[in-house]
Design a protein around this ligand. Structure first.
Ligand SMILES: [Zn+2]
Length: 243
């Protein structure tokens, strides 16, 4: 039996009413074939990832409607059942792909944030130099489409600039601590809950995700619908004290 066939049969006969010779053979194949075993292990891991991480990401309304309509009735012609299960499996793949894209987009945005920090070290490109948060808030005005709250960090505020990433307009605030530049990216376009990398810790009642990339440390958190991504070469312990 070929891998494809074995996978299809195994996938569609998880709770069979009757066990056929094909199912037995498929089971045997999967048990003995490393690739197929890997395939089902990854599938299980992905399914549990979806359960844990993606419950908050609602599938598009239309897709969910179709999934609901596809819910199988108790007694049904097996051909129809097969069709429904196939459709459901395809829809799950589509929803999975959609959710996967949300997660990978978030990861790539974090990477771009770190690159931006590296490319503009020494405050190059700074557009407003000020240590006063009200001045900086006023400067952003309608340059970004949200009200920029300048957090009071235990570091010296130096200024700010507008930052364009993936056609998104982020506010970028500069601080300094012990000669190290701290870039704080402020945006409504980054859902830190969708980050799979790094670890989550609680710092001063805030859920903060810590990510290390290219030798820089990132702290990410959300407050009132706005996301903050802080990047610096300072150690994580120091950064935790700063925010
Ligand atoms: Zn196989």
């Amino acid at each position: 039996m070929k891998c494809n066939e074995a996978r299809k049969i195994t996938y569609l006969s998880e709770y069979p009413e009757v066990v056929t010779e094909d199912m037995m053979e498929a089971k045997r194949h999967v048990r003995e074939c490393p690739e197929c075993r890997m395939f089902f292990e990854q599938e299980r891991a992905f399914a549990s990832l979806l359960r844990d991480k993606a419950a908050k990401d609602k599938a598009p309304a239309e897709l969910r409607q179709r999934l609901l309509e596809a819910e199988p009735a108790k007694k049904m012609h097996s051909g129809l059942m097969y069709k429904i299960i196939s459709i459901a499996a395809i829809l799950m793949l589509v929803a999975g792909g959609y959710i996967f894209k949300l997660y990978s987009d978030t990861e790539s945005m974090v990477e771009k944030i770190v690159n931006d920090h590296i490319n503009f070290l020494s405050y190059s490109g700074i557009q407003v130099t000020s240590s006063r948060s009200d001045e900086i808030k006023a400067w952003f005005g309608d340059r970004v489409d949200f009200s920029v709250n300048v957090p009071e960090l235990k570091a010296a505020l130096k200024g700010a600039r507008l930052c364009l990433l993936d056609k998104k307009r982020l506010a970028l605030l500069f601080y300094e601590h012990n000669g190290s530049q701290i870039s704080l990216f402020v945006t409504t376009e980054l859902d830190t809950e969708r980050l799979l990398s790094g670890e989550e810790v609680i710092v001063k009642d805030k859920k903060v995700r810590i990510v290390e990339q290219k030798g820089y440390n990132l702290l990410l958190w959300q407050e009132r619908g706005i996301s903050y991504a802080l990047v610096s070469d300072l150690s994580i312990d120091k950064l935790k004290k700063i925010i």
